[in-house]
Design a protein around this ligand. Sequence first.
Ligand SMILES: Nc1ncnc2c1ncn2[C@@H]1O[C@H](COP(=O)(O)OS(=O)(=O)O)[C@@H](OP(=O)(O)O)[C@H]1O
Ligand SMILES: [Mg+2]
Ligand SMILES: [Mg+2]
Ligand SMILES: [Mg+2]
Length: 453
Amino acid sequence: MPLYTANLASKLPHRFGFTRTNASSLPNYAGLKPFFLFFPSTHVHNSSQNRICSSVPSSSSIMEGNKHVGPLISGPKSLSQELKVAVGAVQMACFLCQRVQSNLLTSNGQIQAKDDNSPVTVADWSVQAIISWILSKSFGSKNVSIVAEEDVQTLSKPGADRLLKAVVETVNECLCEAYRFGLEGPESTLCTSEVLEAISRCNSSGGPTGRFWTLDPVDGTLGFIRGDQYAVALALIEDGEVVLGVLGCPNYPMRKEWLCYSPRYHSIISKLSTATSESWDKGCVIYAQKGSGEAWMQPLIHANKKLVWPNSAISIHVSSIDDPALATFCEPVEKANSSHSFTAGLAHSVGLRNQPLRVYSMVKYAAIARGDAEIFMKFARAGYKEKIWDHAAGVVIIQEAGGVVTDARGCLLNFSNGMYLEGLDRGVIACAGANLHDKIIRAVDASWNSSCL
Ligand SMILES: Nc1ncnc2c1ncn2[C@@H]1O[C@H](COP(=O)(O)OS(=O)(=O)O)[C@@H](OP(=O)(O)O)[C@H]1O
Ligand SMILES: [Mg+2]
Ligand SMILES: [Mg+2]
Ligand SMILES: [Mg+2]
């Protein structure tokens, strides 16, 4: 029986597990380039694949004084400052989520249901508050527009003061560690109204022109509550195009060998990391800038460790498998969120042989980008409108890692119409390559008419 991740999972009714079904497609961690914020030079070798980059200056990184601030981003224009702040903010948000998740079981009342019956926790609100605050601090509140999932409606209701107090405490506990993530925190703790303001200001309407951020503070809240997979998702959209994306995946280990398969639940599992205390197996942060032709992955920073892990990045790439008989596809865990029967029929008609991996959150996008799976399919029921924050970061990361993401008709997703992916036809299909993508699109067309979706 595979080991389970953190103690939490072993106490919870829900289990999760994943790995590729054939070891031959280990992702090729081709390049090693420093990202930013170097610490005392440390050569850290991980046992199997790669040397973690040391603080040796690399010709392909941008320097500010003697600090590396990021790989040389080609593309239309460098967004290295935006990327640096976004990665640091998501790293810090992951640290916050792990803290909240660990005492989620003990402190009741930290899980609420919103009007649409979807869950929301102290972590969702707190992450939205800290990322909103950091972006405003870094770029000036007048220059920052954010389209994010959460609002203050529940927090402002009578009787919500204990919940609100928990959010304010969580936010301040985290912001006082901001320096460990290369960020500047507040001179003094934020008061309740400042925390509420940081959350509620994330109400931009988005649109086809100008620049705005889109944030899903906890994507896969259901997975988060169950000690399973979840993601912190932040993306920057300019004139309707996603120009950078960051995915924090606290329960998705850097190293594949820390993943194992839980046949019963067909999904991701990360083994109990007893073998090493390295943060390699505690989770990862994945990011990319549009047009750079590269996607990057770095380990989670553990602020409670005396030496904050050097921010080193490994370039990742989609899998080279394009034979359906060898490919693996991911889909949402909840069949209310995507038709499992439709995808099963599709998989059969395309010739997919491996069991589906059912995974919460945009960790599915991360799995494709780093080559742990080849296809992600989601077919929500008719009438459901996909939100931009549930896809933006994952889309640009897969694209820059060499993959393709479209709707079920083969059209690119449209992020220029406010909070919804307007015009999305039938479902979302992400593939490691064009061949597989083409086969899936054809199969959707052929089977759609005979399905009753
Ligand atoms: N009915 C329905 N249909 C389709 N999608 C829905 C639906 N309800 C919710 N959502 C959104 O799905 C997000 C969770 O995505 P997941 O990939 O984690 O789905 S699943 O939980 O694995 O089924 C989840 O994101 P979070 O709320 O951030 O967890 C929702 O935004
Ligand atoms: Mg939600
Ligand atoms: Mg979401
Ligand atoms: Mg969410």
